[in-house]
Design a protein around this ligand. Structure first.
Ligand code: ZN
Length: 248
């Protein structure tokens, strides 16, 4: 069995047997990997802390035929706040699950690693989590090759500054082409500008961005429609997020 060292974020954990955990890691250099962390649910295990959900750590792994094994692990950033605050946990779960379902095992992308790290760190630091989620959705789609067309109508190529967003066509439709997708959602000029800004900003700038409540709602509706169109299955974390937002 080959041994390798990697830096990663824990996207998902599942219990296995009495004391073990299977962790889904998003690594900086190997993409998504899964590994068994034996004994990691015992209080005194050296693996316990570093195999908790959302932890950013360094891992020493044995590669196995189907599943790898976590041999040693140390915490780089615990992101404990994401597990202690329900709202933060709901948003972090959404971000982690979204990445987990959109990438296959073993497709390395340092950009995606930086993206998920930036998003979790931003939620942990207390930046507006809904804006972080919108940023993450748009940047994720961009990195996966689905950057939305916001400069010109996706159908006739006429320049537009607002219009109807078509998830299926992947961008804005002008008034003349709007009939091509009856499900396209109206997006005003300021919401379009926010989308463009989010696509080019990095996480550290999100704290100074303040879209109006109306634009925030449009960004959420459009972002979710675009994401849902690309997803193989509905996300479990969406129900959790909705129940948290109802309480707020
Ligand atoms: Zn058009």
């Amino acid at each position: 069995m080959a041994l390798y060292k990697t830096e990663a974020i824990v996207l998902r954990t599942r219990n296995l047997g009495e004391a073990d955990r299977i962790v889904t890691l998003y690594t900086r250099d190997r993409g998504k990997v899964e590994g068994v962390a034996r004994g990691s649910r015992r209080a005194k295990s050296r693996l316990t802390g570093a195999t908790q959900l959302f932890t950013y750590g360094r891992y020493l792994m044995f590669s196995g035929r189907s599943l790898d094994t976590v041999s040693q692990a140390e915490i780089v950033e615990s992101f404990a706040g994401l597990r202690e605050d329900l709202t933060k946990m709901a948003y972090a779960s959404y971000i982690a699950e979204l990445l987990d379902v959109t990438v296959e095992l073993g497709e390395p992308s340092e950009d995606l690693f930086e993206l998920v790290h930036g998003a979790l760190a931003a939620v942990d630091r207390g930046l507006p989590p809904d804006l972080v989620a919108r940023w993450f959705e748009l940047r994720l789609m961009d990195l996966l090759g689905y950057r939305p067309q916001l400069e010109a109508c996706v159908s006739c190529r006429t320049g537009v500054e607002e219009g109807h967003f078509s998830a299926g066509e992947g961008g804005l439709l002008c008034p003349g082409c709007r009939v091509k997708d009856p499900t396209a959602l109206p997006v005003g000029r300021s919401a379009v500008q926010w989308m463009k800004r989010l696509l080019v900003t990095d996480a550290s700038r999100l704290g100074v961005m303040r879209p109006s409540e109306r634009d925030s709602r449009v960004l959420e509706t459009v972002g979710r429609a675009y994401i849902d169109f690309r997803l193989p299955r509905p996300l479990k974390s969406v129900g959790f997020l909705a129940s948290i937002n109802e309480l707020a």
